[in-house]
Design a protein around this ligand. Structure first.
Ligand SMILES: C[S@@+](CC[C@H](N)C(=O)[O-])C[C@H]1O[C@@H](n2cnc3c(N)ncnc32)[C@H](O)[C@@H]1O
Length: 193
């Protein structure tokens, strides 16, 4: 994300004269994924951050877990993979827990969405759905992959979990961008910006 996808996405936007980025983290649980993407965009955009309009949606079916996502308070083991400089810039340590700063917190909108009934919208540049579909039958997975495909703009990225595999019609509609990382693109050729 940090070394390839997000820089490519930003490059793509800047070269088209566009300044909006739309991200959907589907089945986001306690929010680590959408917040991580937001921190990376903040870091990569630097001073340009303010000139971009970012839509970052985290969705889940579990209201209780969404409440903890909105709170954005994490145990040390939950932030163990956050690079030290990002931890220092975006979190404060209080009573042994890491509190995410308001700047990042306020950028991510959490919504209660059952993936089988609706989506978070359309024209997303990036949709992530990791470690969610493993619980569903193949037929249900096929439906969800088609749903994610229609939520993306042409050339948008789809990220799935390391142990997951695209199935059904979607496997011919997405092209692999980064195979090992299970990152796909809608329509456009693999690594092209
Ligand atoms: C194992 S967690 C994965 C969390 C995160 N994506 C990750 O990789 O760390 C699976 C999440 O999917 C959510 N989930 C399960 N069924 C869902 C559905 N039909 N619609 C939306 N979210 C669902 C669960 O509530 C849970 O938070």
């Amino acid at each position: 994300m940090e070394e390839a996808i997000l820089p490519l996405l930003i490059y793509d936007k800047v070269s088209r004269g566009e300044a909006s980025i739309r991200v959907w983290s589907a089945g986001c649980s306690s929010g680590e994924e959408p917040y991580s993407i937001c921190i990376l965009l903040r870091e990569l955009l630097g001073e340009e951050f303010e000139n971009f309009s970012l839509t970052i949606v985290g969705s889940d079916i579990d209201e209780e877990i969404l409440e903890s996502a909105r709170e954005a308070i994490y145990l040390p083991r939950q932030v163990v993979n956050v690079p030290r400089p990002y931890l220092e810039r975006h979190f404060t340590l209080q009573d042994g827990r890491y509190h995410l700063g308001e700047e990042i917190r306020s950028m991510v909108k959490f919504r209660n969405i059952d993936l089988f009934t609706r989506t978070a919208g359309s024209h997303f540049d990036l949709v992530l759905c990791r470690n969610v579909v493993i619980y569903f039958t193949r037929e249900m997975q096929e439906r969800l992959y088609m749903r994610f495909h229609s939520s993306l703009r042409e050339g948008g990225y789809f990220v799935m979990g390391n142990t997951e595999t695209l199935v059904g019609e979607a496997s011919s509609l997405f092209r692999p961008a980064f195979v090992r990382e299970r990152i796909y693109r809608k329509g456009a050729d693999g690594n092209a910006p």
